[in-house]
Design a protein around this ligand. Structure first.
Ligand code: CIZ
Ligand code: SF4
Length: 304
């Protein structure tokens, strides 16, 4: 048995012993995805966290995702194998900043990307993910909305809904924002018949040349259903593992150098095992903040 297979066995035994469920994000290391009960995007994993009967949720992802699981399931123990896994974009908008921003725009609803802290969610009218941002903003029927923290997703949503004035916070994802035009041009020259699929956290020049702008869950579906058999995939490289499973036999080209979110890679199978064995690190959210944040998350989940 390989080392990885032995650790997988240890993890599965601990999962049963602890009455746990392991949730892994689409950007996690392949061997972490392979040991999880569910792999998905933050919306899908939030749904799993809300629906599970297990008493312990082990969250292989970044901090805001584990916090969202705790907000949805306050009575469960939510463990992060590597609690230092943060999201730099989420740190770009603080609760204090959002409160001040809202004061500058009285009466304007605030839509917050789930890539944000519990404090920020608690001060928001509704959350969204990259999979449902357009639908969420449309559902408000408002002529103007504040949208944070991702400026690129804000522009993308505004292009889909020209009737809504989107006021964007100036945050961004370092992994998706820093793709160079040269890399994309070279990949397109090397693979002229490939479809270009781009995540909406990328800059507008890049989403405007895409064949499709999609969240990770949408990319998995799209690749399986499209008539094309080759794709240039412009999102965090962890998704390539899921794409190969979702559309076997198709070819997926990542950019060089590869797009990697360092925070998504700090969780390893060894850390997943150790967190279950030692029951650490439990994520806590202040109950008052969690109650207020739950409203914004539930309004999003209720949209379907
Ligand atoms: O919503 C998510 O999980 C993220 C961060 C990306 C995506 O498109 O799925
Ligand atoms: Fe945050 Fe970007 Fe990493 Fe996602 S890929 S967790 S948005 S830094």
């Amino acid at each position: 048995m390989t080392d990885a297979a032995a650790i997988h066995e240890e993890i599965r035994a601990l999962v049963a012993e602890r009455d746990a469920v392991v949730l892994a994000h689409n950007y996690q290391r392949p061997e972490v995805q392979d040991v999880a009960d569910f792999v998905g995007d933050s919306l899908g994993l939030s749904r799993q966290a809300a629906a599970t009967d297990a008493s312990v949720i082990v969250f292989a992802g970044v901090h805001f995702m584990a916090e969202t699981a705790k907000i949805l399931s306050p009575d469960k123990t939510v463990l992060m194998p590597e609690p230092r896994a943060g999201c730099p974009m989420a740190d770009m908008l603080t609760g204090e900043q959002l409160a001040a921003w809202r004061e500058e725009h009285p009466g304007v609803p605030a839509v917050t990307y789930v890539n944000s802290s519990a404090e920020v969610k608690a001060l928001s009218d509704i959350c969204c993910t990259s999979a449902n941002a357009v639908e969420v903003v449309r559902s408000l029927g408002a002529p103007k909305v504040l949208f944070g923290p991702d400026r690129n997703l804000a522009v993308w949503v505004g292009q889909q809904l020209p009737e809504v004035e989107i006021v964007a916070w100036d945050g961004w994802c370092p992994t998706h924002d820093e793709v160079s035009a040269e890399e994309v041009r070279e990949a397109m020259e090397r693979h002229p018949s490939a479809e270009v699929i781009v995540h909406p956290e990328c800059q507008p020049w890049l989403t405007s040349l895409a064949d499709a702008v999609l969240s990770t869950s949408q990319m998995l579906r799209y690749a399986a259903e499209s008539a094309a058999d080759e794709f240039i995939v412009i999102t965090e490289e962890g998704l390539l593992h899921g794409l190969a499973k979702a559309a076997p036999g198709k070819r997926f080209v990542n950019l060089t150098p590869r797009m990697i979110c360092p925070n998504m890679k700090v969780t390893t199978i060894e850390k997943v095992r150790d967190s279950l064995a030692g029951m650490h690190t439990a994520i806590e959210v202040d109950p008052g903040v969690a109650r207020a944040a739950l409203g914004a998350v539930e309004r999003m989940v209720a949209l379907g």
